[in-house]
Design a protein around this ligand. Structure first.
Ligand code: ZN
Length: 179
């Protein structure tokens, strides 16, 4: 058991597409256990998800915690099968502060990313069983963020590609980054 060091950008593992998990062996089970512990201790900011690539393992595996219960779902070799056209922001115009995304691998940086309000995916759980999930709202956003990690995409790339601003947050102050 261990708290793993989270890689921060720039790091080529964070921007390289990860490979399939071939077998849920001891090494993979160990990693899952360590990722759970590593995610659980993130409180500044609180972590809602973590991908294997963020701790230097180029595997298609990530975890997402339930916002309320904190129960963690382990997604192995996930495949997204549906993304709604409607975005989180379109569905929840009142929650405009929620569309600011951040990432443990890009500390103190936030920005707005367009995410589908609904996502469907299939994945393998820790027991090797194929599962399906239909997620909505913020959970759908978290899943899309983590899925991007195993595709080697950082949210900051999306912020910039969408023409939005990046902010560095120091205490309560938001500073727009000039790039
Ligand atoms: Zn992230």
């Amino acid at each position: 058991m261990a708290i793993l060091k989270i890689l921060t950008a720039p790091n080529s593992i964070l921007t390289t597409k990860a490979g399939e998990v071939k077998e849920i062996n001891t090494e993979v089970r160990h990693l899952i256990k360590d990722l759970k512990e590593t995610l659980a201790v993130q409180d500044e900011p609180e972590g809602v998800g973590i991908a294997a690539t963020q701790v230097g393992k180029p595997w298609r595996l990530f975890l997402v915690a339930d916002e309320i219960t904190k129960a963690v779902t382990v997604y192995i070799n996930p495949e997204i099968t549906y993304l709604s056209k409607e975005s989180f922001e379109e569905k929840h115009p009142e929650e405009d502060d929620q569309v600011m995304e951040g990432c443990l691998s890009v500390p103190d940086i936030y920005g707005k990313v367009r995410r589908s309000n609904e996502v469907e995916l299939t994945y393998m759980n820790e027991e090797g069983q194929i599962q399906e999930e239909h997620a909505t709202g913020l959970r759908a956003t978290f899943i899309q963020h983590e899925y991007d990690h195993i595709e080697g995409i950082l949210f900051t790339q999306r912020v910039l590609a969408e023409g939005n601003d990046l902010y560095r947050v120091i205490g309560d102050n938001w500073h727009k980054l000039r790039l």
